[in-house]
Design a protein around this ligand. Structure first.
Ligand code: OXD
Length: 308
């Protein structure tokens, strides 16, 4: 069995993955891809080039080394080869930590206290009630459900939105585009955890932000393409949205001169909410390669028509 690794033009990254995969799958020959290599049985990729995909004429499966497969959407991929994304692999815990921190930071007004502390001002503020800060989780997959569970355990009231109904969920789930507005109107803090697809690109536009409860707050940990940042700035300026925590951007990295760094009440992190943990990801991929080789079913296969 041959496995090839291709990582966003980074040979070092591809070599590191190849080494770890070789250790986890001693029965396989694993290589970081080089032009001219013979076609492999399995590919492990992150933002690969079209030249790489075209060189792989014998693939049985493509493993994406992340949860989101949007970077593959612009490529011509073989339609009969399963595309498999990472499921959790250590990301749920990181994502829950990040979102819980962002929600509590906003809810407990730590930015206001930091501003007061900067001028030596000791002014306790009125306590706020969690019941007045319902959290809407936009996107209810593996990560969305983990975040919802963590926030619910802290006493926040949670609603979720998914493209399809979830009759067995203990959290109220609004389903389908027709229920989006109602979901937004039930949310004061909005957490975006959607996959980026043509159907979800630009979903957080002016109208969506206006539908949030007054004094809303936006946490985007999905993809920059979901959020119209100009609309966000306008909503913050007109006071309908109090602020935002943004971990993802349309073009990353954002450059030092980008005005978004200075948007009022916007906290920025460099796409670190839930990083791929190589040991966890390698263990997951190795287990799935073995299952596929034995002809067994696996989870995490991307539905190509939906894009996730
Ligand atoms: C992912 C990411 O998709 O890191 O896994 O954004």
């Amino acid at each position: 069995m041959h496995i090839t690794c291709s990582f966003a033009g980074s040979d070092d990254e591809a070599s590191a993955w190849a080494l770890d995969l070789a250790a986890a799958l001693p029965e396989a020959a694993v290589r970081a891809w080089q032009l001219g290599d013979p076609p492999a049985d399995y590919a492990v990729v992150w933002k690969p080039t079209q030249a790489f995909i075209d060189s792989q004429t014998a693939l049985k499966a493509i493993f994406n080394a992340g949860a989101g497969v949007d970077a593959l959407a612009g490529l011509r991929l073989p339609t009969d080869v399963p595309l498999i994304r990472l499921e959790d692999a250590g990301m749920s815990e990181q994502m829950s930590d990040y979102v819980v921190h962002a929600v509590l930071h906003h809810f407990r007004e730590f930015d206001a206290y930091a501003a007061q502390a900067a001028v030596g001002s000791w002014i306790p503020r009125q306590p706020r009630r969690k019941a007045e800060f319902p959290v809407g989780i936009l996107g209810f997959g593996v990560l969305g459900q983990a975040v919802a569970t963590s926030l619910a355990a802290l006493g926040f009231s949670i609603v979720a939105w998914a493209s399809r109904p979830r009759p067995r969920s203990s959290i109220p789930v609004y389903a389908g585009r027709e229920a989006l507005d109602e979901f937004l109107r039930a949310s004061r803090i909005l957490v975006c955890l959607l996959p980026l697809t043509p159907a979800t690109r630009g979903i957080l536009n002016r109208a969506a932000l206006a539908a949030l409860q007054p004094d809303g707050y936006v946490i985007n940990v999905a993809r920059g393409g979901h959020l119209d940042v100009e609309a966000l700035l306008a909503s913050i300026k007109d006071g309908h949205v109090a602020g935002a925590t943004l971990d993802v951007f349309e073009r990353e990295p954002i450059l030092p001169a980008d005005p978004i760094w200075t948007y009022p009440n916007v906290r920025i992190t460099p796409h670190i909410s839930a990083s791929t943990l190589r040991p966890d990801a390698v263990a997951q991929i190795a287990a799935k390669v073995r299952k596929l080789a034995r002809g067994e079913a696996i989870t995490g296969i991307v539905e190509r028509s939906r894009g996730y």
